[in-house]
Design a binder for this molecule. Structure first.
Ligand SMILES: C[S@@+](CC[C@H](N)C(=O)[O-])C[C@H]1O[C@@H](n2cnc3c(N)ncnc32)[C@H](O)[C@@H]1O
Ligand code: SF4
Length: 423
């Protein structure tokens, strides 16, 4: 069976089943009693705005960042009153560029530590090469940050310029060395399928990333979200983006180079050293989101905070939750969500799959079809994606990001409290 037929038959109807997001009032924001949960914290500030970026972000401004920090502290109190002093399994701080707010980060993390139970080395943070200083890294180390993700994107000045990044390759290498002195557990983000980028160019970036000797390397193909400024910036019709075949060759190149250099797949676009911890904000089952645009997922409910930064501040300061829309989902959908992210992580236990899908003919058929098409293989107690499987799931993830996430985020970015978002 062709992979697209499989997608059409299996994933799209399941995605459509998720239906829609609807506007909610405070009383509709329900969190279950739980002992443990993940946390996501969104810090939307950056020192310069990349034209291709789909995230909820804004130019750094000192007064606004102070007001935002105080609002996050207020939101932590609101959430704590609702769930109690629960254990936080991991805290992922994403953005934007969270390190832009400097000492205010210390205030927020200290507050989280005071209100919840959180272990050492379970805090992950994103940053940008231009925002890395000895002082900030020393602070992160003192706060017990377990892993730092650096958005390098490329080690070549011409590509950094082409995508609107305002540092050069030398600064990126230097930034990695600074982080290493304080927290030697690093992920590097690269981007590929960049305009005019050849396979040789991507190979160069991968080799530089390997030379940097970091625990994890993640490479995203450039997504061109319709609502971002990327089309205008790159004059997308006049520059040459690599073809499908070239994209596939680039993906296989990445797989081959990284696996030959002791990295193992951690997701369809991330590779880690075998002993390293995985660095991902998306594949946790249940989590609470803090900050503008953050999402919360608990059994049966998916919520999203307002994307508007002024509106976020106003809501939490007046004692309201920041969650403005929700989507209900059934246990069956939760299982499919689990399966989707397990496939994304490239490996999962057979016994876990069987527990969830014993009586689900469609899911059993999917696994058979993936095996027959050599997209997955069975290794003793595990299902593992093959290189071919990883490439197609990476395309699927791209498609979902552009169609579904793009649609929802596109609306949330333009409206502080949308009435309804149809998927
Ligand atoms: C929120 S950014 C975090 C890091 C930091 N703000 C930076 O840009 O260096 C997360 C990562 O998303 C990736 N990214 C952002 N926009 C993208 C796009 N349109 N297509 C593919 N990857 C993208 C980049 O690799 C970036 O490092
Ligand atoms: S890619 Fe990173 S630095 Fe650029 S605008 Fe987005 S969040 Fe900010």
């Amino acid at each position: 069976m062709r992979i697209w037929k499989l997608v059409e038959y299996f994933f799209l109807p399941e995605l459509r089943r998720y239906g829609k997001f609807t506007h909610i009032k405070d009383r509709d924001f329900i969190l279950p009693k739980t002992k443990k949960i993940g946390l996501y914290l969104h810090i939307p500030f950056c020192h310069s705005l990349c034209p291709y970026c789909p995230y909820d972000r804004i130019l750094f401004e000192k007064t606004l960042s102070e007001r935002y920090t105080n609002a996050v502290i207020k939101e932590i109190e609101l959430i704590k009153d609702k769930v109690g002093k629960v254990e936080i399994t991991s805290l992922y701080i994403g953005g934007g560029t969270p390190t832009t707010i400097g000492k205010n980060l210390e205030k927020i993390i200290t507050k989280i530590k005071g209100e919840f139970l959180i272990k050492e080395n379970t805090i992950f943070i994103e940053t940008n090469p231009n925002d890395i200083t000895e002082g900030k890294m020393a602070m992160l180390k003192d706060l017990g940050i377990g892993m730092v993700s650096i958005g390098v994107q490329s080690f070549q000045d011409k590509f950094l310029r082409a995508i609107g990044r305002n540092y050069n390759a030398k600064t990126a290498m230097k930034a990695i060395e600074i982080v290493k002195k304080y927290i030697n557990n690093i992920n590097i983000d690269l981007m590929f399928v960049l305009p005019e980028q050849s396979e040789k160019d991507f190979e160069y970036d991968l080799k530089k990333a390997i030379e940097a000797d970091v625990q994890q390397i993640t490479a995203y193909p450039l997504f061109t979200f319709p609502y971002s400024q990327v089309g205008k910036f790159l004059k997308i019709n006049s520059v040459k983006l690599p073809s499908f075949r070239s994209r596939k060759r680039m993906f296989y190149l990445m797989y081959n180079i990284l696996t030959e250099n002791e990295y193992v797949p951690a997701s369809v676009w991330g590779f880690k050293k075998p002993t390293g911890t995985e660095f991902s904000s998306v594949s946790r089952m249940y989590y609470i989101g803090l900050g503008a645009s953050a999402a919360t997922k608990v059994p049966g409910k998916f919520y999203m905070n307002t994307f508007s930064i002024p509106h976020y501040i106003e809501r939490v300061n007046s004692g309201h939750f920041a969650e403005v829309v929700k989507m209900d989902y059934t246990k069956r959908m939760d299982n499919y969500y689990w399966l989707y992210w397990k496939i994304y992580e490239t490996h999962f236990q057979k016994s876990e799959f069987e527990k969830r899908f014993r009586n689900d003919k469609k899911a059993l058929f999917l696994i058979k079809a993936l095996e027959t098409g050599s997209f997955i293989k069975t290794r003793s107690a595990h299902y593992t994606l093959t290189r071919k499987g990883m490439f197609y799931v990476h395309l699927l993830q791209n498609l979902i990001a552009l169609n579904h996430i793009g649609k929802v985020w596109g609306k949330m970015i333009h409206e502080a409290e949308p009435r309804e978002i149809q998927l």
